[in-house]
Design a binder for this molecule. Structure first.
Ligand code: ZN
Ligand code: ZN
Length: 371
């Protein structure tokens, strides 16, 4: 099944408009995800210089042909310049910026050493900026949404294929590996992050790393995972109970499910990220569980697994149509276990639509075999 092509033909102009607001006409992009977004280039080394009437990707000998192909595939109006050594690449850049007076750089993607190197090598004044490409990236276009939806569908199918294994007395590490294998066989380029499988007491730790503990009857099991498709991530969490749930597990599950539904219902354009978090927190507070909700409610998903906008208590972000965000309230009780339920949604003109579709209403799996 083919995905619609990505279209980066207008993104560089979008960035130039943002630069104008900063009173700058040129920027050196050093964040590899931002380079990928603007040019299609997916390699591990390169810098993208954006000038008023030109955009030049400077990379090394490994990537010259790949970069040209990838740039053409997304229709980005950019060209490639190869420098076989760092010194030659720096010379290329210095020449290109020789007529630039003020050059913007990305604060979050430049080390102090690199900043000093640029300041010494280039004559323009360096203007430090924050999030100038990220603010474009948070509204996804059709090609991006298609990739996130594909990644989500691959993850859904993989979970449906292997979920029953949790009733086999399997250990966390093996289950995580089987889930990741199923995603790869289903078309994922890989997992979108290290799969979290947390059973029994381990589920009380939101980012537990899977270990050799076997899943046993009575466990709550948190499975948080995603697939990577053509650079784009998916993100979903389901919590299972193995065998009959205890009354306490049922109570925790019902509270988190209610919080998640309320959070999803609150997600719409114009809503502050902080407000969605408050909605989830208020539901959990009514169940006496607010102090056990240990993290923010959600985050954007795209080229990075965690990106803007943020649905957290300290967020100043406002949700917009085209955002892809997660809603993932959870509660964690040390010695007992935890529950987290997470979906990713595309924000539409009036609300949102889920891209993760695995069932949530039947979290119970058969008891592990005892023989
Ligand atoms: Zn997740
Ligand atoms: Zn998440």
């Amino acid at each position: 099944v083919t995905l619609p092509p990505l279209d980066a033909s207008r993104r560089l102009d979008g960035l130039r408009a943002v630069l104008a607001e900063h009173d700058v006409t040129a920027v050196l992009i050093t964040d590899l995800m931002n380079i990928r977004y603007l040019s299609g280039f997916s390699g591990s080394a390169g810098r993208l210089l954006v000038l008023p009437d030109d955009a030049v990707l400077v990379t090394d000998g490994r990537y010259g042909d790949q970069a040209a192909e990838e740039i053409a595939a997304v229709g980005a109006p950019a060209r490639v310049l190869v420098g076989r050594t760092q010194a030659v690449q720096r010379e290329h850049l210095a020449e290109l910026v020789s007529s630039v007076e003020r050059l913007a750089v990305e604060a979050a993607a430049l080390t102090v050493a690199e900043h000093e190197g640029l300041a010494a090598a280039f004559h323009p004044d360096l203007v430090v900026t924050n999030g100038i490409v990220e603010q474009l990236r948070d509204r996804k276009d059709a090609g991006e949404i298609a990739r996130i939806e594909r990644a989500s569908a691959v993850a859904d199918a993989a979970l449906a294929e292997v979920a029953h294994r949790l009733g086999d007395g399997i250990d966390e590490r093996t289950f995580a590996a089987e889930l990741e294998f199923a995603m790869r066989m289903g078309g994922a380029d890989g997992p979108s992050f290290d799969t979290i499988v947390a059973g029994g007491p381990n589920s009380a730790f939101p980012h537990h790393r899977p270990n050799d503990r076997r899943i046993v009857e009575g466990d709550l099991v948190i499975v948080d995972f995603g697939a990577l498709v053509d650079g784009y991530h998916s993100d979903m969490t389901r919590t299972f109970t193995v065998g009959d749930p205890t009354p306490q597990a049922e109570r925790l599950y019902a509270a988190v499910a209610e919080a998640e539904s309320a959070g999803l219902a609150a997600i719409a354009p114009g809503v502050r990220g902080e407000s969605v978090h408050e909605v989830c927190r208020d539901v959990l507070a009514r169940h006496g569980l607010a102090e056990h909700f240990l993290h923010g409610t959600g985050h954007g998903v795209g080229l990075r697994i965690h990106e803007a906008p943020w649905l957290t208590p300290s967020s100043t972000d406002v949700i917009e149509a085209g955002n892809v965000v997660t809603c993932e309230p959870g509660v964690y009780l040390v010695g007992i276990g935890g529950v987290r339920i997470e979906d990713a949604v595309v924000v539409t003109d009036h609300g949102c639509r889920a891209v993760t579709r695995s069932p949530k209403d039947q979290p119970c799996l058969p008891s592990p075999r005892t023989t």
